[in-house]
Design a protein around this ligand. Structure first.
Ligand code: RNT
Ligand code: ZN
Length: 421
């Protein structure tokens, strides 16, 4: 796209928003502050580097497709992430899983991992001036094969995963300490059952006990922040998931941890956007796993749909940007993986830009006066305002490809790098 055209379009858009009392320059400054934690696992289909050719195994999550170019080594993964970041305006963070350590070809079991295995990533992040987030990996492992980890009735299995998770929190805290920005450690476990269990209470009390043990180790909030992630169902856990939303919401409120809202983890007719204003009244901070649920799958590439738009609006309307940590969680191997990242991350950024461009004060005034027709019409009118012109300008001033220009960049990377792997 031509620079002059982008600038001209922005100028006109700026005037339109100004008429509604919105200062686009200020909005772009706020957008600059919004960091998105990129989930490293879209580059390699959640395989990890524990042993070569590792694949996602069980745990109720699945990657479909075999598009060429999957990252097979840490070097390739880092190159891909650099490419992704070069195509995104603003500054992001990186979200790692425990299976992405540098194990030098040795088999280091999950209950033996240490901060040293992640020093390379810390250095990598330091060079780029970005923060790191972390996750225990309680799936793709023989001790997770029967579908239970932290809630297992087998004390040895439970002990193994408790030790793993404790070590992961220690690794996260080290990341936060060295990088000067707290690392968020997120716990998601696959535990659940395909068929109807009769003793849910015992399973959930075991999970509670395991979490109490894990969180008995304290870290300063400036190094580590803890979050817990619920799910409605997964493949193989259709009838019951131990870590349900009720379970974790209760746990988070009582123990003052963050809660992770993965919007692919709820009933399709539930609005995750609606949950934000409730949960924020009872926990200090939230973590989002932005994704797109499609029928049974919770992990399609994020797009700018109603769900995402509402989530961003609810956060901005509640003036809660500083209490919501934004992460992504999708994995699709049926298309160019770099492209998937760029589409998903840009969609998240556009959703927040859209929310920041909303004339909230005018809308609130209508609402307070019971002027419901006026409120609805303004909400509808906002849908056709020149959001794209502001977004294009934001990309331009950030020196990243504007509009569809990133397609050619990704095609070039596919030809020169991905197809040669
Ligand atoms: C699974 C959860 C979880 C994982 C990642 C890999 O349903 O969403 O967050 O996707 O940790
Ligand atoms: Zn998730």
């Amino acid at each position: 796209m031509k620079k002059e055209q982008i600038k001209r379009s922005y100028q006109l858009a700026k005037e339109q928003y100004a008429e509604l009392g919105i200062d686009t320059e200020k909005v772009l400054k706020v957008l600059d502050q919004i960091q998105i934690s990129l989930h490293c696992w879209q580059t390699d289909d959640v395989g990890g580097f524990e042993k070569s050719g590792a694949e996602l195994g069980g745990g109720g999550i699945q990657v479909t497709g075999n598009f060429p170019g999957k990252a097979k080594t840490i070097v390739q993964m880092r190159a891909d992430l650099d490419k992704v970041m070069s195509l995104l305006p603003g500054k992001q963070r990186l979200n790692l899983h425990a299976i992405y350590g540098e194990f030098d070809g040795k088999l280091v079991d999950r209950d033996k991992i240490e901060p040293g295995h992640f020093q390379g990533w810390i250095n990598w992040a330091k060079e780029r001036g970005i923060g790191l987030d972390f996750n225990c990996t309680c799936f793709s492992h023989p001790l997770a094969d029967d579908g239970f980890t932290l809630s297992s009735k087998n004390p040895g299995v439970r002990k193994f995963w408790i030790e793993h998770t404790k070590r992961c929190r220690a690794i996260g805290a080290e990341m936060g300490k060295q990088l000067g920005t707290p690392s968020i450690h997120n716990i998601w476990i696959p535990d659940g059952s395909k068929d109807t269990p009769v003793d849910r209470y015992t399973l959930r009390s075991l999970l509670k006990k395991s979490l109490d043990d894990i969180f008995s180790v304290k870290y300063p909030k400036k190094y580590l922040k803890d979050s817990i992630e619920s799910k409605l169902f997964g493949i193989g856990s259709e009838s019951m998931v131990v870590g349900s939303h009720d379970f974790y919401l209760g746990y988070a409120v009582k123990n003052n941890t963050m809660i992770t809202l993965d919007n692919g983890h709820f009933h399709p007719t539930e609005q995750v956007g609606d949950k934000i204003s409730s949960i924020l009244l009872f926990v200090d901070e939230l973590l989002l796993h932005l994704t797109r649920g499609v029928r049974w799958d919770s992990d399609h590439v994020l797009t700018l749909n109603d769900e995402l738009i509402l989530m961003a609006q609810e956060i901005v309307r509640a003036k809660a940007l500083n209490r919501v940590n934004i992460g992504l969680d999708f994995f699709d191997a049926s298309l160019n993986r770099i492209g998937a990242y760029v589409i998903g991350t840009r969609s998240a950024q556009i959703a927040f830009l859209n929310a920041l461009l909303e004339p909230v004060e005018s809308l609130k005034k209508f609402e307070e006066k019971g002027m419901n027709f006026e409120r609805l019409s303004l909400l509808e009118l906002m849908k056709t305002k020149p959001l794209g012109a502001v977004w294009d300008y934001y990309c331009l001033i950030n020196g990243v490809p504007v509009g569809h220009d990133y397609i050619a960049e990704i095609e070039k990377y596919e030809k020169e790098v991905l197809l040669k792997r």
